[in-house]
Design a protein around this ligand. Structure first.
Ligand SMILES: Cc1cc2nc3c(=O)[nH]c(=O)nc-3n(C[C@H](O)[C@H](O)[C@H](O)COP(=O)(O)OP(=O)(O)OC[C@H]3O[C@@H](n4cnc5c(N)ncnc54)[C@H](O)[C@@H]3O)c2cc1C
Length: 354
């Protein structure tokens, strides 16, 4: 199909998943997006680690949401995960199951079959222009340059292994202060990582602690390639207007556990729709994301008040119920109970920017 019906150039700063989502939608609407990416490769600042496209903050089927943005989900290598094990000091490892997948795991990075490189390919295939290795100019209509502030950190390793496919979640301060650690092994490739809030002591080797724990239960994690990254837990708000700040640059992030991929991509879609004159379609999407991120912020504040034992008992509850996914979804629904939570707890912490 030829999408070159309109020569209007739209400059996008940042070739992460938010920028790519805006770009493909603009191109398919007949505009001429140019993506400026300061790295020489799209996906070059990702580490080949597994990340999960969650299925509870947003529950529309993945192929529909990707199609709405402009991507073909069938061409993306992803692994649905309907079961994982939870570990804590307070119980023996528990399995949590769901009929529908909790997440679709994708590998983030620049190599073929990686999520970022496939999205990049789909953009290139329809003629989106890229200026790689080029800092964005000042006159971009869309800013998708990722997070600036850091209050949450992720440290991990990627490794090769003969172990079977499996996913584990580790709860407890020793594995991830105010956060969680995870082990994902799919088709011989593994990621062990800890997502935690700023630590008082930088000397604690969190990955070593996780690895020692897994060894004690018979799972030997080999040496691997280390990676580290950061995120933000502050909640910026700004009217959705030109230049459109999308993805983590606009604070479109899940503040509870950092599941920001779908929010980033949907905010990209909204910016594209706004720029092609379809504000009527863009605003409901942004409003919905804003409600969800407000609730994720409240959930984070509540989560931080819990001690390890209380967090463990929440996990135990999830293991017992028939449909754990619906309990997770409930925490992101803009109903009276959650609205009151936002009003009473969240608003006092809200950070505004203009
Ligand atoms: C280790 C880790 C694990 C995660 N796990 C999950 C998960 O399991 N599930 C989930 O949903 N989310 C997860 N997230 C969050 C998710 O990855 C992010 O929310 C999402 O990728 C943000 O996309 P983005 O496009 O907004 O930003 P980014 O991916 O940061 O992209 C921004 C891009 O802009 C470029 N750039 C920056 N400045 C400029 C400039 N001046 N000019 C040109 N280019 C510029 C950067 O090089 C980069 O490529 C995780 C994040 C991390 C770090």
């Amino acid at each position: 199909m030829n999408y070159q019906q309109n020569s209007k150039i739209i400059k996008i700063a940042g070739g992460g998943i938010a920028g790519l989502s805006a770009a493909i939608n603009l191109k398919k609407s007949g505009f001429n997006p140019i993506v400026f990416e300061k790295n020489h490769e799209v996906g070059g600042n990702r580490h080949g680690d597994y990340e999960g496209l969650e299925n509870w903050i947003f529950s529309n089927p993945m192929n529909i949401i990707f199609n709405q943005i402009g991507f073909n989900f069938k061409k993306i290598t992803s692994f649905p995960i309907s079961e994982f094990k939870v570990h804590s000091n307070f119980f023996s490892p528990l399995s949590i199951y769901s009929k529908n997948p909790f997440f679709y795991m994708v590998k983030r990075g620049k190599n073929s079959q990686d999520f970022d490189s496939e999205l990049f390919k789909q953009c290139k295939d329809i003629g989106v222009q890229f200026k790689l290795g080029t800092k964005a100019p000042d006159d971009c209509s869309i800013i998708a340059t990722g997070t600036k502030k850091a209050s949450a950190y992720i440290r991990g390793i990627n490794f090769k292994t003969n172990l079977n496919n499996q996913v584990h979640l580790l709860l407890g301060n020793q594995f991830a202060p105010k956060g969680y650690a995870y082990l994902i092994i799919i088709d011989g490739k593994g990621t062990l990582a800890s997502a935690f809030k700023k630590q008082k002591s930088k000397d604690i080797d969190i990955i070593k602690t996780c690895r020692t724990y897994f060894k004690s239960i018979g799972i030997e994690i080999p040496e691997g390639e280390e990676f580290g990254s950061r995120g933000s837990f502050s909640l910026p708000f700004r009217n959705f207007k030109l230049p459109y700040l999308i993805g983590e640059a606009g604070g479109y992030q899940d503040y509870l556990f950092g599941f920001g991929m779908r929010m980033s991509m949907l905010s990209g879609l909204s910016a594209a729709l706004s720029l092609v004159g379809k504000e009527g379609q863009a605003l409901p999407i942004i409003k919905d994301i804003n409600k969800k991120r407000k609730l994720s912020f409240v959930n984070r504040l509540l989560y931080e008040r819990l001690n390890d034992r209380q967090i463990a008992s929440l996990a135990k509850k999830l293991a017992k119920v028939e449909d754990p996914l619906s309990i997770l979804s409930e925490a992101y629904k803009w109903n009276i109970k959650n609205f009151m939570r936002w009003k009473n707890i969240g608003k006092s912490y809200e950070i505004h920017i203009t």
